[in-house]
Design a protein around this ligand. Structure first.
Ligand code: ADP
Ligand code: MG
Length: 690
């Protein structure tokens, strides 16, 4: 039987109760037990001399009890003094019963293992593991280093150790090697069986730091195969998509020419290049799956609009999905402004729409009268029926994972045909990482900002300088410009965030009585928010105080000053996104990062990075260095793969190799692909078969 489906209960000593607890550790099969790696190791292979012990060491020693006594200093405890001729050690037990007390008597010989610490009367061990060795022959020392596994309440370390040993002894030979020997040789990695044996039972003198840091070839071997499995599963998905049908889009390009002629600007080189890539994809007869990465303000929206026009010319519909209502509203305004003059019908659909208006929208969508439909996730609710969807545009993709991408496509499916999909993100990530995480997608990059953008001058100020900031706002707004003041989440509580924002708005109104100041936050009704945004856009509001609701996508070119409070609490990418709300017009823009001293090392580095660069790719690179991809992209939301062993940040240098080997397997050893994917990725996550 395949070890990946062999339940843990086949191991001796595992009944339903223990199986239940093991499940909490994610251990359901024998293979899971083997893939559950030790956190660290203990060395019981050598007995140390007591004279050589130092505080902080974990050590195995042997000695004879010279003195045993129950003392009542502070707390009742049993203290034994043990000596081996080279030195001595005190053992301290706070919990002991009469029998233990009787056994731990003068003259008995013990083998001990524990952590050495500095006690009141010299070196001691608290509650060491012990074993009597007098009389009979002393058992041999351990042959291998002892693993210490991550565990959970109710699962004893010793039982995990026994289970792992049992799994190795009885089932290791069932682990099939799927990587060709030539690949292993080239990468200088051991076989999977060798790797597993080593990580669970390292021989003495194995460099355990390397194991713990995941840099030992044995761990690398495991991480490598896991990364490979994820990559292969995405690649397989991509190949499947290429066998699917999509409506090839062969418009004349006339609508697009008319739109471009209307615009007050020309597309940048980068926009044109990316648009070209998209248009090429749209002409294929399989669905496009393209990700466009472009910094905040790089002009992704107009590229999406141009792409959509070709699809509409071909008689199909375009759906544009935004992550928030605010952003959906803004897109709706933009698209209406651009496309209605061309005679097209633009329809908005979000959660807030109800009654007649909603019926009306649904009818237009269903009858095909709507050419382009803009909304939130509400677009993909059940009662929404598209007449003939040709393209789905997903904005700010970092909030969606592979599964959502797939579900969207299925929703827009007509017969055997799936719509094309264009995904846009303002959280650029380095190329190799993108190629791994988004291996099911083609990636385009808008690596140029529209001309004339002035870099945003960024300063970090301690909160004590608030008064200076307030007068900067007065100056900017008196000169006819506008400003944002962002109060981010401080506690994990929306209520508190709101309170802070409300208080801040009040204080600012008092300090700046001549300015028109508005407050916008997540608890407001969509219509209210929309009203305030519209007033801000028209310039009737000078200063907009906001919770982090404005994070994504708001575009008001006249706003040139951004103040972010408690900036030390926000992540680098988030700060960059917020800052990107300004610097969209012709005026010199500023961003003030207000912080609460003292700054942690990490916060200092983040604020410095923002002052030093405004390049989103560079920011993303640094963010990645500081936090790792999981946190940077928001693990759960992004549908980031959950790895057992691999770590994208730690193992990123291997990613290009992973891609090469994936290529090789797909071409020359296709029979290995499925077993590798299945070994590492459980059923529900196997993208290829969604
Ligand atoms: P993002 O990539 O962050 O979504 P947007 O699409 O919102 O950026 O564009 C930001 C602003 O830049 C918008 O006001 C848009 O009209 C404008 N814009 C887009 N492309 C150009 C260009 N080539 N030249 C000048 N302005 C542009
Ligand atoms: Mg955008």
């Amino acid at each position: 039987m395949d070890i990946a489906s062999l339940p843990v209960t086949t191991l001796k000593g595992v009944g339903p109760k223990l199986a239940d607890k093991l499940k909490r550790l994610g251990l359901q099969t024998v293979q899971d037990v083997l893939f559950h790696l030790p956190l660290r190791y203990q060395d019981r292979t050598r007995l140390l001399r007591m004279g050589s012990l130092r505080p902080g060491m974990e050590a195995a020693v042997e000695g004879e009890i010279e003195l045993a006594d129950v003392v009542y200093r502070g707390r009742r405890s049993l203290i034994c003094r043990v000596s081996d001729g080279s030195g001595h050690l005190h053992l301290r037990f706070f919990y002991f019963n009469a029998i233990q007390q009787q056994n731990l008597a003068r003259g008995r010989r013990l083998r001990l293992f524990g952590e050495v610490r500095f006690g009141p009367v010299g070196l001691e061990m608290i509650h060491p593991e012990y074993e009597f060795i007098d009389g009979a022959q002393a058992p041999p020392a351990e042959e291998n280093l002892t693993p210490v596994y991550p565990t959970t309440t109710g699962v004893h370390q010793l039982s995990l150790r026994k289970l792992a040993r049992q799994a190795l002894e009885k089932h290791l030979d069932k682990i099939h090697e799927w990587l060709p020997p030539a690949v292993l040789q080239e990468l200088q990695l051991p076989t999977l069986t060798e790797a597993l044996a080593l990580v669970h039972q390292p021989p003495p003198h194995t460099p355990v730091e390397l194991l713990a840091e995941g840099k030992h070839p044995a761990v690398l071997r495991l991480s490598f195969e896991e990364l490979l499995a994820h990559h292969l599963s995405l690649r397989r998905l991509r190949e499947r998509v290429q066998t699917e049908q999509a409506p090839p889009v062969a418009g004349t390009g006339e609508l697009m020419q008319r739109l471009l002629a209307q615009l007050p600007f020309q597309l940048t080189q980068a926009q044109q290049r990316v648009l070209g890539e998209i248009l090429h994809d749209l002409q294929q007869s399989h669905p496009m799956q393209r990700l466009v990465q472009g910094d905040v303000g790089s002009g992704k929206t107009i590229v999406a609009a141009c792409a959509g026009l070709g699809v509409i010319e071909g008689g199909l519909q375009v759906a544009v999905m935004a992550p928030t209502e605010l952003l959906a509203d803004q897109h709706l305004r933009n698209f209406s402004g651009w496309l209605e003059p061309l005679g097209l019908t633009v329809v908005g659909l979000s959660g807030k729409l109800n009654g007649r208006a909603r019926q009306d929208a649904l009818e237009k969508i269903g009858s095909g009268r709507a050419d382009i439909i803009v909304g939130t996730q509400a677009l993909f609710q059940e009662e929404v029926e598209f007449a003939d969807l040709g393209l789905i545009v997903v904005d700010e993709q970092h909030r969606f994972g592979v599964h959502q991408r797939l579900a969207l496509r299925e929703k827009g499916r007509v017969g055997l045909r799936r719509p094309h999909q264009l995904i846009m993100t303002a959280t650029p990530i380095p190329r190799t990482l993108a190629q791994s995480l988004y291996a099911d997608l083609d990636v385009s990059v808008i690596d140029e900002l529209p001309p004339g953008r002035k870099p945003i001058e960024t300063v970090a100020l301690p909160s004590a300088r608030r008064a200076d900031v307030v007068s900067r706002i007065r100056d900017a707004c008196t000169a006819g410009r506008q400003a944002y003041w962002v109060c981010p989440l401080i506690e994990e509580s929306e209520t508190l965030e709101l309170e802070t924002a409300t208080d801040t708005a009040q204080a600012l109104r008092e300090a700046l009585p001549d300015l028109s100041i508005a407050l916008i936050h997540g608890r407001m009704k969509p219509l209210e928010k929309e009203k305030i945004m519209a007033a801000f856009k028209r310039g009737e509001v000078h200063l907009l105080v906001a919770t982090t609701v404005i994070e994504v996508g708001v575009d008001v070119p006249n706003a040139s000053l951004m103040v972010i409070e408690n900036a030390e609490r926000l992540g680098l990418s988030q700060l960059h996104q917020l800052r990107g709300r300004v610097g969209r017009g012709a005026a010199e823009s500023h961003c003030v990062l207000l912080y609460q001293p003292p700054l942690s090392e990490m916060a200092r580095a983040r604020l410095a990075a923002l002052r030093e660069t405004s390049d989103g790719f560079e920011i993303a690179r640094r963010d990645l260095e500081m936090r790792g991809p999981g946190e940077m992209l928001g693990t759960r939301q992004a549908g980031m793969p959950q790895f057992h062993i691999a770590d994208l940040l730690r193992d990123r240098a291997w990613l290009p190799r992973v891609q090469q080997v994936a290529e090789l397997l797909l071409k020359e050893h296709p029979q290995c692909v499925d077993p590798i994917v299945r070994r590492w990725i459980s059923g529900a996550e196997t993208y290829g078969s969604v």
